[in-house]
Design a protein around this ligand. Structure first.
Ligand SMILES: Nc1ncnc2c1ncn2[C@@H]1O[C@H](COP(=O)(O)OP(=O)(O)O)[C@@H](O)[C@H]1O
Ligand SMILES: O=C(O)C1=C[C@@H](OP(=O)(O)O)[C@@H](O)[C@H](O)C1
Ligand SMILES: [Mg+2]
Length: 180
C-alpha cells in the first residue's frame, strides 16, 4: 500500500458517530499515529470524562479540550479523533482547519442512539430523557458539523471496516491530503 497521509485528518461529529472507533481503525489501516482528544484529557487529568465533568464542570473540560486539540493537531500526518463538542467552538474550528483537514462522520439520530444508549460514559446524556437530549444536541450541532471540509455518511448497519474504506475513498479525492 502506497497511501501517504500529508495532513492530519481530524474526525468530528456526534457522540456515537464512531470518531474514536473508526479513527483508530483508520490510523491502523494507513499506518499512521492515532490520537483521541478525550483520551489525552483523561490521561493528563488521571480521571475519566464523567469524573472531570462532575468535579470541575463542563467549562473546565472545554478549556482543556481546546488546549489538547491545539497541541495534537500540530502532529503531521496523523488521525485525530475529537470529542463531539469540540468542533462547536470557533477557535477549535480555526486551529483544526489551519493545521489539518476536518472530516465529519455523519450518522442518523437513530443510529447514534443505538450506539450510545447502553453506555454511561457520556455525561451530557445523564438526563431524565437521554434520547430527547441526544436529539436536541443533534439538531443544534448538525449545521456546525456541516462546516467540516469533508463528510462521510455512516449507515446504520455498516461495519467499522467498511466505514474506514469509505473514509479512505473520500480522502483519495483530496491528493493534498492523501497521496496515492
Ligand atoms: N459502522 C460503525 N461505525 C462506527 N461505530 C460503530 C459502527 N458500528 C458499530 N459501531 C460502534 O459504535 C460505537 C461508536 O462509538 P465511538 O467510536 O466511541 O464514537 P464517538 O467517538 O464518535 O463518540 C462503538 O462502540 C463502535 O464499536
Ligand atoms: O458531544 C460532546 O459534547 C461530548 C462528547 C464526548 O466524546 P465522544 O463524541 O467521543 O463521545 C466527550 O468529549 C464528552 O462526553 C462531551
Ligand atoms: Mg470518542
Amino acid at each position: 500500500m502506497t497511501n501517504r497521509l500529508k495532513k492530519t485528518v481530524v474526525l468530528v461529529g456526534m457522540m456515537g458517530a464512531g470518531k474514536s472507533a473508526v479513527g483508530r481503525a483508520l490510523a491502523d489501516r494507513l499506518h499512521v499515529p492515532f490520537m483521541d482528544s478525550d483520551e489525552e484529557i483523561e490521561r493528563a487529568a488521571a480521571m475519566s470524562i464523567p469524573e472531570i465533568f462532575e468535579r470541575d464542570g463542563e467549562a473546565f473540560f472545554r478549556a482543556r479540550e481546546s488546549e489538547v486539540i491545539a497541541r495534537l493537531v500540530q502532529t503531521n500526518g496523523a488521525i485525530l479523533s475529537t470529542g463531539g463538542g469540540a468542533f462547536l467552538q470557533e477557535r477549535n474550528r480555526e486551529v483544526i482547519t489551519t493545521s489539518g483537514v476536518s472530516l465529519w462522520l455523519d450518522a442518523e439520530l437513530q443510529t447514534l442512539w443505538n450506539r450510545v444508549r447502553h453506555k454511561t460514559t457520556r455525561p451530557l446524556l445523564r438526563t431524565k430523557n437521554p434520547r430527547k437530549t441526544l436529539e436536541d444536541i443533534y439538531n443544534a450541532r448538525v449545521p456546525v458539523y456541516a462546516k467540516a471540509d469533508l463528510r462521510v455518511p455512516s449507515e446504520p448497519r455498516q461495519s467499522i471496516d467498511r466505514m474506514v474504506d469509505k473514509v479512505i475513498e473520500t480522502l483519495k479525492q483530496r491528493p493534498d491530503v492523501l497521496e496515492t
